[in-house]
Write a protein that binds this ligand. Structure first.
Ligand code: THU
Length: 142
């Protein structure tokens, strides 16, 4: 069971929404556009794209843009219902380690993560599958 039944959106629709976000990517350095969408507890969608920087390091991935945007808009950590991501990869896109850590912080371990590529391939996984053994607040005694 991957928690997709109570989502209110199909995998196809969320992938389409992530594609819309991808069209807004700011990628003058890599040319590699990524889009993401986070579904919040109310079922509202929060879109994100990657935003690059000439200094490279400040680049923000699409997944983090979507989640940070949702948090800035008042959504609560642990209440997201899903995240969908899309990029032009051979296999369904696979989130970077930093984004996995951010998902481990802001999303529940069983939250579904829908990974797609532009050729229509999709893989559904979860936060804890993407980052087993994540360092979290619990490890700090919180
Ligand atoms: N990127 C994302 O936005 N999400 C991913 O899942 C993988 C990588 C971005 C970061 C950078 O702007 C570009 O893709 C190439 O790494």
């Amino acid at each position: 069971m991957n928690g997709l039944s109570g989502l209110g959106y199909s995998i196809e629709r969320l992938t389409e929404e992530a594609s819309k976000a991808r069209a807004r990517a700011y990628v003058p350095y890599s040319g590699f556009a990524v889009g993401a969408v986070a579904v919040d507890a109310d079922g509202s969608l929060h879109h994100g794209c990657n935003v690059e920087n000439a200094a490279y390091g400040p680049t923000n991935c699409a997944e983090r843009t979507a989640l940070f945007r949702a948090i800035a808009d008042g959504r609560k950590a642990g209440e997201f219902k899903a995240v969908a991501v899309i990029g032009d990869t051979d296999r369904p896109i696979t989130p970077c380690g930093v984004c996995r850590q951010v998902m481990a912080e802001l999303c529940g371990p069983d939250m579904p993560v829908i990974l797609s590529n532009v050729r229509g391939e999709t893989r559904v996984t979860t936060v804890s599958e993407l980052l087993p053994g994540a360092f979290t607040a619990k490890d700090m005694g919180n």
